[in-house]
Design a protein around this ligand. Sequence first.
Ligand code: GLU
Length: 442
Amino acid sequence: MTITVRFAPSPTGRIHIGNARTAILNWLFARKSGGRFILRYDDTDAERSTREFADGIATDLDWLGLKPDEVYRQSDRFALYDAAAAKLKADGRLYACYETAEELDYKRKRQLARHQPPIYDRSGLNLSDEDRARLEADGRKPHWRFKLDQRDIHWDDLVRGEVHIDTSSLSDPVLIREDGSYLYTLPSVVDDIDMGMTHIIRGEDHTTNAAVQVEIFEALGARAPAFAHHSLLVGADGKGLSKRLGSLSIAAMREDGLEAMAVVSHGALIGTSEAIEPHTGMDTLLQAFDLSKLSRAPGRFDMAELENLNARIVHQLSYDDVRVRLAGMDADGGQGFWHAVHGNLSKVQDAGEWFGIIYGDMTGEIADEDRDFISQAAAMLPDEPWGETTWKSWTDEVKQATSRKGKGLFMPLRLALTGKQHGPELAALLPLIGRERAIARL
Ligand code: GLU
């Protein structure tokens, strides 16, 4: 049996780090087992789902390097759902209900006032053919509920361990709305059966759905796949992420210049017993990945931690890794430039600033009290060719001649040559700046 998993986003928005984590875990699980990774758009909600969001999600997954083996849209597959619904109706598992939202709300409030659990009272089940005909003649349209078996459903969740849910504690779920549209619950099961899903890896907000879905799998003559319900991410403040999705969208992270592998490493290892280490390629991440290392506690997402991880990845990237992205920054062949600056970058795009500083027409900063010292130092600049040792031999001489040392020696030179207090090693920068520009700046 081929291991088969899916990432099933509803294309009603772009994906954020929380959904991306689900995609990453599924992709890794499939790759690790030589299985199939399916991308399935849960787009039965025609009003909220858009093609643009679906395309955006595809772009995000592609950028993350999570290539699906197969792609499906639920909106292409209604015939299958209709057939399943017809079977459930024929078997008496799907029954028509006619209450309005207000009536249901009223029932719930009354139950709560009586300290009863607000579970649907199954009035729909007791309607006779005449009752239904009368309601429909009144202009009411049915919505359809799945009749739960009201029993203990249990499974060995790959993250949460043994889970028991008594479905008598749940309302019979609505599977089809009044307008005939499907809620996510049934199409998902129909597809999971049709596509041969062996494992469902998703957020723990679906744990209760799983109990309902186990019953639907069985009602459709199938066996439920294995489940792994991972915890959800919370922010550094311990609160859920949902309110701040904008900046946490994968699109925003890409536009901000984060490395896809930083996002993937973070998404894969957050909330696991594994240290969050930077992985520059999927191969080492695959080795570190194991679903059983996922903790049940919520994973804590901290943008500062992701940025830190990003910087650590950038420090490991070779010139070849970034050559295409450094287009136009290839003075001196580019390699030396990357070598000099990359250890100081948080993001690859920040190389642009250093490119301007090294090769551009800039004036550094010289404080009045350093003017004489800087002129003296300028006069001592050696002739070219310059190399890695030029900085040391030059500043050794300047030190002797001016008796300045430490910060008093180096900081004015750094400020004059780069205009910045911090940055890459001057030993690496100086040969790239070159004598002509250095003289001009000093
Ligand atoms: N479309 C559902 C969601 O985005 C999928 C849940 C599932 O994986 O079954 O929450």
